[in-house]
Write a new protein. Structure first.
Length: 194
C-alpha cells in the first residue's frame, strides 16, 4: 500500500527535474492491453489494511491489493463484504479503486514510466472525469472478472538521480515529469476473492 501511495503522490504533483538526455521514448502507439489471471486460473488478491490494524469484519473496510512489474491495484470495499461474496455484494460494498500500470520495456534502473489516474475510481460502470472506468463483468465460483479501461494523454516519467535539484517534496534523488501520450488502455482482471 505504501508503494501505491508513493506512486499516487508522484502522479499528483507537477514535477520538474533537469534532464538533458535525449528522450526518445514515444508513448503515441498502439493501445495498452493487459490481462491479469483468467477465469480458470485467477490471480489471488492480498488482503490489505493500514499498519497496526486487524483486518476483520469489525474494521470499517476491507481492502485488497495486487502488484507485479506491470500493474498494481488497490480495491477498497465496505467490511460487510466479509463472508458475503457475490456480485451483488461486491457492487453494493464497492468504495473505490486505485491502479497503476507500468512500462517495464521502456524503463531502466534510473528511469521508469507509469500511468495512474489523479483520483480514485469511486463509481462502477461510470467513466471518471479523466475517462477511467472500472466495470465488473461477472463474479462466479469466487472469481471476480472485471475490466479497467480508458484513455490518457500523459504518462509519468520518474528519474533516479544524484542531481541535488532532483527531488519530489522532501524525497531527494527522485524527480520526474509528465510526458505526452496518446494511449487507449484496457486491463482485464480475473481475481480470486476470499
Amino acid at each position: 500500500m505504501k508503494k501505491l501511495l508513493l506512486l499516487c503522490v508522484l502522479t499528483f504533483l507537477t514535477l520538474s527535474c533537469s534532464n538533458d538526455d535525449d528522450d526518445s521514448t514515444d508513448f503515441r502507439y498502439e493501445p495498452y492491453n493487459l490481462s491479469i489471471g483468467s477465469l480458470n486460473d485467477c490471480t489471488a488478491l492480498e488482503i490489505t489494511c493500514p499498519v497496526n490494524v486487524t483486518c476483520d469484519e469489525n474494521y470499517y473496510y476491507r481492502a485488497y491489493s495486487y502488484m507485479d512489474e506491470r500493474f498494481q491495484i488497490y480495491i477498497s470495499l465496505d467490511a460487510d463484504i466479509v463472508n458475503n461474496f457475490s456480485e451483488k455484494s461486491i457492487r453494493e460494498n464497492f468504495q473505490y479503486i486505485n491502479f497503476v500500470f507500468r512500462f517495464p520495456e521502456q524503463s531502466s534502473e534510473t528511469v521508469s514510466y507509469h500511468y495512474s489516474t489523479l483520483d480514485p475510481i469511486k463509481k462502477l460502470d461510470e467513466a471518471t472525469e479523466e475517462g477511467a472506468n472500472f466495470r465488473i463483468n461477472s463474479f462466479e465460483n469466487g472469481v471476480l472478472n472485471a475490466t479497467i479501461s480508458g484513455y490518457t494523454n500523459r504518462i509519468s516519467k520518474i528519474i533516479i538521480s544524484d542531481d541535488p535539484d532532483c527531488s519530489i517534496g522532501d524525497v531527494r534523488g527522485m524527480c520526474g515529469e509528465n510526458i505526452e501520450a496518446d494511449i487507449n488502455y484496457s486491463i482485464d482482471l480475473s481475481f480470486c476473492f476470499e
